[in-house]
Ligand binder design. Structure first.
Ligand code: MN
Length: 201
């Protein structure tokens, strides 16, 4: 059975950037629903419970057709949201350092140019989806976007290091249609220490 990760912060931890009501609804309603529906889809298939979620998402075509879309949407939703909560932090430094910082500078020119690429890719996502910073097997970086609750591992798009939820449920109460303001503000709660750890793995 999949379950929600315990959050290491309160719903009002980021009120300057994400209001407490949005945090609470996002976690207790949206994420919970993905998790519940994923569990429901897998209920009849005990053999699939042996495989971890990344394995299921990376091999969707190996799943019974009747649950493939449910696992894609809800397994992706559970994976993406667990990842998202784990990327946020309070009182974090506002930029990466070490090997990740070097690679960002090599790839994008500098940190500000990376942020712009990420921002522009997020704005260009029509409708709901995610924007990601991913690395490939050689440690090379790229910024990509996925629709709906698709995850980078589904299409072998790389290992996610950083991901931003672009669904309106993630920001609408406070930002309404202003996705650009939401993205700009969100940089302020990225836990770069976690992102660096993912890169260095
Ligand atoms: Mn969401």
């Amino acid at each position: 059975m999949y379950s929600l990760p315990k959050l290491p912060y309160s719903y009002d931890a980021f009120v300057q950037i994400i209001d407490a009501r949005t945090m609470e609804i996002h976690y207790t309603k949206h994420h919970q629903a993905y998790c519940d529906k994923l569990n429901a889809a897998l209920e009849q298939y005990p053999e699939l419970k042996e495989r971890d979620l990344t394995n299921l998402l990376s091999n969707l075509s190996s799943l019974p057709e009747g649950i493939r879309m449910a696992v894609r949407n809800n397994g992706g939703g559970h994976y993406n949201h667990t990842f998202f909560w784990g990327t946020l932090g309070v009182d974090c430094v506002d930029h990466p350092s070490g090997k990740l910082a070097d690679r960002i500078n090599e790839t994008f020119g500098d940190f500000e140019s990376f942020k712009k690429a990420f921002h522009d890719t997020g704005l260009a996502r029509f409708g709901s989806g995610w924007v990601w910073l991913v690395k490939n097997n050689e440690g090379e970086l790229s910024v990509i976007s996925t629709p709906n609750q698709d995850s980078p591992c589904m299409e072998n798009l790389g290992v996610p290091l950083l991901g931003l939820d672009l669904w309106e449920h993630a920001y609408y109460l406070h930002y309404q249609n202003r996705r650009t303001d939401y993205i700009n503000a969100w940089w302020g709660i990225v836990n770069w220490f976690v992102v660096e750890e993912r890169y260095n793995k």
